[in-house]
Design a binder for this molecule. Structure first.
Ligand SMILES: NC(=O)c1ccc[n+]([C@@H]2O[C@H](COP(=O)([O-])OP(=O)(O)OC[C@H]3O[C@@H](n4cnc5c(N)ncnc54)[C@H](OP(=O)(O)O)[C@@H]3O)[C@@H](O)[C@H]2O)c1
Length: 181
């Protein structure tokens, strides 16, 4: 099975968001998200992003699917057959993460897989044997949100970290954690 990564932004207390939204908007972090999830080493390959059904539905129709990436939607209630035909081959529905990773693993031209939201999905998968990396934007602020990330597991180490940036009165840095061998 193919390995996958989480990509997320948390504040100082590991809060992820508030009222079904991010508690902050950092334009360069949005750019970073797009770059990390879209870029491939091999130009003939593409990446996939995995999200919960509610996240998918919260993306305005004109912005979805996220371009250049296979968009995988996890849902136990929706099947591909029940979705209207406007959606294309870059939109796939799965009723479990296992089925999703299994199908993506069989795609020859697929390079990397990223879990991009929701909180429960991030947390459910922290002990998954195929979770290899966590791309974490650390925001230095206590936002008092309502959804929480359980934290980087102890069997991961920090592989890299950027300098601290300051944008829109917010300090943040990008870190990458990798599972220990
Ligand atoms: N501001 C931002 O940048 C940003 C980004 C992302 C999301 N959001 C917000 O976050 C909200 C959604 O987040 P959320 O955490 O509430 O929901 P979510 O994780 O996006 O979606 C939850 C749904 O995913 C499906 N699901 C979850 N685990 C599954 C599993 N193991 N197997 C199969 N299906 C599974 C279920 O769908 P079914 O009910 O269909 O079975 C579940 O109801 C949105 O309203 C959006 O506004 C904001």
């Amino acid at each position: 099975m193919k390995k996958f990564s989480h990509i997320l932004a948390v504040d100082e207390k590991n809060w992820l968001g508030k009222d079904n939204d991010l508690a902050w908007r950092i334009p360069s972090d949005m750019k970073y998200f797009k770059e990390v999830t879209s870029t491939t080493k091999d130009p003939n390959k593409y990446n996939a992003v995995i999200m919960g059904r509610k996240t998918w539905e919260s993306i305005p129709q004109k912005y979805r699917p996220l371009p250049g990436r296979v968009n995988c939607i996890l849902s136990r209630s929706i099947t591909k057959e029940s979705v209207d035909s406007q959606e294309d081959d870059f939109v796939l529905y799965f009723n479990s993460i296992e089925n999703c990773i299994k199908e993506l693993s069989s795609k020859e031209n697929l390079e990397s897989i990223f879990v991009i939201w929701g909180a429960n999905i991030y947390n459910q998968l922290l002990t998954h044997p195929d979770l290899e990396k966590i791309y974490l934007t650390q925001v230095y602020w206590d936002h008092g949100c309502d959804v929480f990330f359980d934290g980087v597991p102890h069997d991961f180490h920090e592989e890299s970290s950027s300098e601290r940036y300051n944008e829109k009165w917010m300090e943040f840095e990008w870190k990458v954690y990798k599972k220990n061998k």
